[in-house]
Design a binder for this molecule. Structure first.
Ligand code: MG
Length: 166
């Protein structure tokens, strides 16, 4: 966190990410492998939800963004497990005097139906964030057939996190 940052009781962070879909499953979202006929493309494992969450955490502490922490030009992060990258960022929170209070996320995907998976994803994210599953909300929406999400070109994710001083 920049030295000029005041020690606030709470800090909020917002994250967004998008990745292209390519033929062949499975689909990895929030650290969970979901049976599907497409997967997300990217330098790492392209876990769009975790990338949005990492950006929200970094944003809450004004620590830059995922591209600065884990550059896609760095061969170390080729096919990287995003859950491990998330754990690395979470490990920094106590050093800065904060812990996660709660997280809310939205995944925008036309297919597959994600509702049956949101609980498992929330559990996986909660473990990586070192908080209880009840502190993590994962919601899924389609794009009603519109735009790049609706045409199944991409899947997008948004996340907001609240950090609490500890
Ligand atoms: Mg990404």
């Amino acid at each position: 966190m920049p030295p000029s940052s005041p020690r606030l009781p709470f800090r909020i962070g917002l994250g967004y990410d998008t990745h292209r879909l390519a033929p062949g499953g499975p689909l990895r979202l929030g650290g969970v492998e979901i049976p599907h006929d497409h997967h997300l493309q990217g330098h790492s494992d392209a876990d769009v939800l975790i990338h949005a969450l990492i950006d929200a955490l970094l944003g809450a502490l004004a620590l830059g963004d995922i591209g600065q922490w884990f550059p896609d030009t760095d061969p170390r992060y080729r096919a990287a497990d995003s859950l491990e990258l998330l754990e690395q960022v979470v490990a920094h929170l106590p050093r800065h005097g904060y812990r996660v209070a709660n997280v809310d996320c939205i995944v925008f995907a036309q297919r597959p139906k994600l509702a049956p998976w949101t609980r498992a994803i929330a559990g996986r994210l909660a473990a990586a964030l070192r908080i209880a599953p009840g502190q993590v909300s994962v919601k899924a929406k389609t794009a009603e057939g519109t735009g790049p999400v609706g045409s199944e070109t991409t899947i997008e994710a948004q996340a907001v996190v609240l950090l609490q001083s500890c």
